[in-house]
Design a protein around this ligand. Structure first.
Ligand code: HEM
Ligand code: FES
Length: 446
């Protein structure tokens, strides 16, 4: 007996005749991209769906789902796709489309009634000469440009465990560590985000904004300290808020980048909390900030000392996957040319398969900052590949084809460091997949 699973939003209906497959299993079998960062282990919640019809046709909630629902105060219509097994027709909607969205969901873990101080890193990024640009361009062009700016520069915040907290005029504010993390991790995440934002802005100027003859510049200030986190506002309209002196100081540090003609300035509290050997700082300043009695020590951040794997992967990913279908097409052409005998392992439409692959590659880069999810996800992928008939000896040809594709697609944006980073990342992905290439034990279910 088969049942129908309908995916709202993409208006797709598939059939399943298994009583044991989860919704996630059904998505993967039907090549429907479905984020599953922890590989279906019930801990990341990225596979969550809203059940629009037929909730009674799903298996009861598992213990993992009860934990997530309780912590995030979900209404009963939300289920984890990797835990819920359809026994009849259901209509669902996937709730998370991109890995970047996952980070913003951290706000869910800040309970509505919470009002407490937490040690966080705060990043202010300002678009330079915005007033000048506004007076010289049409409103629609300005809106287009701002959206490009917010998107390109927001991604590095999200990729580094941060939350895009607010846009104030032409400023983006990112916060790191609202749900925990050590002082060192929160400060290092903020630093990596700042350097990634510089890279993203440079690429934006060279790509989308090139034809508009606009060259954007930014200034970034980062501070670290105890800030108040909670929900503030009228009882009918409360907003997630981060307030306190460290936030005000971060804003003023950003302002100092204009007077000091620097791109990124970090406070001494940030500098004290990071591994100083890993970064290159330029000038340092003892500046009195507006509204402060004592001068503050500020450091100009130049970059990382050695290749930072995460920054290289993050900064190249958007360029590399700018046209995901093209990336996948080039990659599979290379694989099938180098190893024609693997072609018949692939059962379905290669365009759909390509989308799953690029979705997974993007997810891997985003989840570098959540290694506990990433390793579980890759372990599951390794097990599935045994079932697809993939043998250990096929991996080198796939790796080589992937490296050649990255090299080709990056073109003039390719650097030796970027290629080294992708080499190392693919080795890690493949080693983790191979180490876990055992069939998955069938879960116990009701
Ligand atoms: C870098 C390592 C690899 C990654 C990240 C990767 C990624 C993926 C992803 C995301 C899928 C979609 C299904 C799923 O999520 O389970 C998939 C399916 C598949 N992969 Fe891979 N893969 C890798 C290596 C390989 C290798 C070495 C082979 C051997 C030729 C291979 C052959 C296949 C096949 C046959 C399928 C199923 C296709 C179908 O059902 O039509 N993959 N892979
Ligand atoms: S919770 Fe379902 S995939 Fe992670």
């Amino acid at each position: 007996m088969s049942h129908k699973i309908t995916y709202a939003a993409i208006d797709k209906q598939v059939e399943s005749n298994s009583m044991t497959d989860t919704i996630l299993d059904i998505s993967i079998k039907n090549k429907i991209p479905h984020l599953h960062e922890c590989g279906g282990n019930g801990v990341c919640t990225t596979c969550r769906v809203r059940v629009l019809e037929g909730i009674q046709n799903l298996s009861p909630k598992t213990q993992y789902e009860n934990v997530s629902c309780h912590a995030r105060k979900w209404d009963p219509s939300i289920r984890l796709a990797c835990q819920a097994r359809p026994k009849g027709d259901v209509k669902i909607q996937r709730l998370i489309w991109s890995s970047g969205e996952v980070n913003s969901l951290q706000k869910e873990l800040v309970p509505t009634g919470l009002a407490e101080e937490r040690p966080i890193a705060i990043l202010f990024c300002d678009l330079r000469n915005f007033t000048n640009l506004s007076s010289r361009n049409l409103n629609f062009d300005i809106a287009y440009m701002l959206n490009k700016f917010y998107t390109a520069l927001g991604e590095p915040i999200l990729m580094n465990n941060g939350i895009i907290y607010q846009y104030v005029g032409d400023e983006i504010i990112g916060v790191f560590g609202t749900t925990g993390g050590t002082a060192q991790k929160n400060c290092e995440d903020a630093i990596r985000a700042a350097l990634g934002m510089q890279y993203a802005l440079d690429f934006l100027n060279r790509s989308d904004l090139k034809d508009m003859d606009i060259k954007l510049k930014s200034g970034i200030g980062i501070n670290f300290g105890n800030a108040f986190i909670g929900h503030l506002g009228h009882p009918t309209h409360k907003q997630f808020s981060v307030i306190g002196d460290p936030v005000n100081v971060a804003s003023r540090i950003q302002n100092e980048t204009k007077a000091t003609q620097t791109d990124i300035l970090i406070s001494d509290t940030v500098y004290e909390n990071i591994n100083q050997e890993t970064v290159v700082v330029g000038q340092n300043f003892l500046n009195k900030l507006a509204g402060k009695d004592d001068p503050l020590h500020l450091y100009e951040l130049i970059g990382f000392n050695n290749m930072d794997l995460q920054l290289e992967l993050q900064s190249s990913m958007n360029v590399m996957l700018a046209d995901e279908d093209e990336f996948a097409r080039i990659f599979y052409d290379k694989v099938f040319k180098a190893a024609p005998f693997v072609r018949n392992l692939f059962k379905t439409n290669m365009a759909d398969q390509g989308r799953l692959l690029t979705h997974m590659l993007g997810g891997i880069v985003y989840s570098l900052s959540r290694p506990e999810h990433l390793t579980r996800g890759l372990a599951k992928l390794g097990q599935s590949h045994v079932q697809y008939g993939v043998k250990e000896e096929y991996y080198p040809v796939v790796k080589q084809s992937m490296i050649e594709t990255i090299d080709e697609v990056l073109g003039e944006n390719r650097t030796e460091q970027t290629m080294n980073a992708w080499n190392a990342a693919l080795d890690f992905v493949i080693d983790t997949m191979k180490a876990n290439a055992k069939p998955r034990p069938q879960p116990m279910h009701a």
